[in-house]
Design a protein around this ligand. Structure first.
Ligand SMILES: Nc1ncnc2c1ncn2[C@@H]1O[C@H](COP(=O)(O)OP(=O)(O)OP(=O)(O)O)[C@@H](O)[C@H]1O
Length: 253
């Protein structure tokens, strides 16, 4: 389900090269508003580089539109202000500050000095709402450094929510998580994607099967396959890349 706050991502002819090596090689990608899209592919397929290009961290050619805005050519912080947020494989939270303070800072990142100076003493509504969404309301006053690994990842997602990111690009959010933490993260992503567009880079196939709405498979910098989990799993090209042969093909003894 989506609402009008959400926009879709539209990538056309995206190309990223490093010293003559083409890491992203002409990618077209449509992620409709409110999708929960998983981006998979073998190591070196170009997944992180694609997200780097969308968020302005690497130079790219082609076109990346979020809603009606072209992102390519804009600075990282301007892209963030247009509602595009990302996480990295290692959570980047302020460990010496409390959970609530981390969220409060993220909520204030785009505000004017005057708006921040007028800030009341109680937590802003969006921080309270985010604490609830990420399941850390009872940890609001704990130092972020004392959180479990999974909780730090949720806090980082919460920081994107309060900064009003409407496109979330998450790099392996469940890596290193326990089974229960994965379940909770999946439920969180389902909630978040009700009124936001979410793209998840992930290697965990079990997690993907349970929570992906749609899947894009990258291989050697190109889109190899796209569709539902079932469609992508049934695609012989995907089986070839992951298993070395189509599932039903006879294998040599
Ligand atoms: N800054 C860089 N300079 C040179 N080559 C790079 C740079 N960043 C990425 N690459 C190369 O681009 C290719 C794609 O890398 P990328 O990290 O995007 O792949 P990935 O699909 O995210 O892989 P993984 O699943 O291992 O994280 C790789 O061959 C990588 O070595």
């Amino acid at each position: 389900m989506t609402d009008e706050r959400t926009d879709g991502l539209c990538v056309r002819g995206l190309r990223v090269s490093f010293d003559g090596f083409t890491a992203v090689d002409g990618v077209d990608l449509d992620v409709p508003a409110g999708d929960l899209r998983f981006l998979i592919g073998p190591n070196g397929a170009g997944k992180t580089t694609l997200v780097d290009a969308v968020t302005g961290l690497v130079r790219a050619t082609g076109s990346v539109r979020f809603g009606d805005r072209e992102l390519l050519g804009r600075d990282v912080h301007r892209i963030a202000r247009l509602g595009v947020g990302r996480t990295f494989q290692t959570a980047a939270v302020f460990e010496e500050l409390t959970v609530a303070q981390n969220l409060d800072i993220a909520a204030g990142a785009g505000r004017s000095w005057w708006a921040l100076a007028r800030r009341r003493r109680r937590l802003p509504d969006e921080v309270v709402a985010a604490l609830d969404t990420i399941g850390l309301a009872d940890r609001a006053d704990h130092l972020a450094g004392t959180l479990a690994h999974g909780q730090k990842q949720w806090l980082e997602i919460g920081m994107l929510l309060v900064s009003d990111a409407r496109l979330l690009l998450l790099d392996e959010p469940v890596a290193g998580m326990s089974h229960d933490e994965r379940d909770a993260t999946g439920a969180l992503l389902e909630t978040v994607s009700r009124d936001r567009t979410v793209v998840v880079i992930e290697h965990d196939m079990d997690f993907l099967r349970r929570f992906a709405r749609t899947v894009t498979v990258l291989h050697a910098g190109r889109v190899l396959s796209e569709g539902t989990v079932a469609q992508v799993q049934a695609d012989p090209r995907v089986q070839e890349v992951y298993l070395g042969h189509p599932v039903d093909a006879p294998t040599e003894a």
